[in-house]
Design a protein around this ligand. Structure first.
Ligand SMILES: *Cc1c(COP(=O)(O)O)cnc(C)c1O
Length: 227
């Protein structure tokens, strides 16, 4: 990246996030940033880490493992946020700290069995399909309560909350509706220890924060447009 671009992007993002936090009268400590580093070289992550970012999200397993190896000297928190094939769960269980894209019990069971016992539990968000016609990923609202109960009983995992990727839209009312649906789904679970709503990206993080996001996943507005 050009020399000033990353620091400027991060400064602008932090200003956007704190202004959204202030508008919604929330506690700044309750809204965190996950830097989505898919397709970016390890050098960009190193630079972002030097500027204070600690949490990085990756969608593609092999690419992520290569970057982790290159960045071993850094203390980073790695989040898997992409679709999960069941034959790829072992390296995810072994190398990541968080997984946001669990949407069926089979995947959760495999992650549970494959999480190395010497490591802390893998932190889990269930991906929910809140705009049902748009996407094939995510558990339906109807199936969510049973999945949450089952996952929360599995050893080696800590269920933390919910994640969604609503259909991209510039219509802010529609953004709010989708994020409110995820917040209500979390409330309806009535599992008070769940503290995470992973929602909001570069284009809609204001609406997400207003509706209760605790973790915005931002790629483009940190690292620039993807090639
Ligand atoms: C790519 C991606 C993001 C980041 O999107 P931007 O629009 O670049 O901020 C967030 N979440 C998921 C699941 C993604 O795949």
């Amino acid at each position: 990246m050009s020399e000033r671009q990353l620091p400027d992007n991060i400064t602008n993002l932090l200003a956007r996030v704190s202004s959204a936090v202030e508008k919604s009268q929330r506690n700044p400590q309750d809204v965190n940033i996950l830097a989505v580093s898919k397709t970016r070289p390890a050098g960009d992550i190193r630079e972002a880490a030097a500027l204070g970012l600690t949490d990085f999200g990756e969608n593609y397993l092999q690419e992520a493992l290569d970057k982790m190896a290159e960045l071993q000297d850094l203390e980073l928190c790695w989040h898997f946020i992409g679709p999960i094939q069941s034959n790829k769960t072992r390296p995810i269980a072994e190398h990541f700290d968080w997984v946001h894209s669990v949407d069926r019990l089979k995947i959760a069971r495999r992650l549970s069995e494959q999480r190395p016992p010497e490591k802390p539990p893998l932190q889990i968000c269930l991906q929910v399909n809140i705009s049902e016609e748009e996407s094939k990923s995510g558990v339906t609202l109807a199936e969510l309560p049973a999945l949450a109960q089952a996952v929360s009983a599995l050893p080696g995992l800590t269920l933390r909350g919910l994640m969604a990727i609503p259909a991209a839209t510039a219509d802010t009312e529609q953004q709010h509706r989708a994020f409110a649906a995820l917040r209500k789904a979390l409330e309806a679970l009535d599992m008070p220890h769940l503290d995470t709503l992973s929602m909001g990206m570069s284009g809609d993080l204001e609406a997400a924060i207003a509706e209760g996001s605790t973790l915005v996943r931002v790629g483009t507005d940190i690292f620039g447009p993807r090639g």
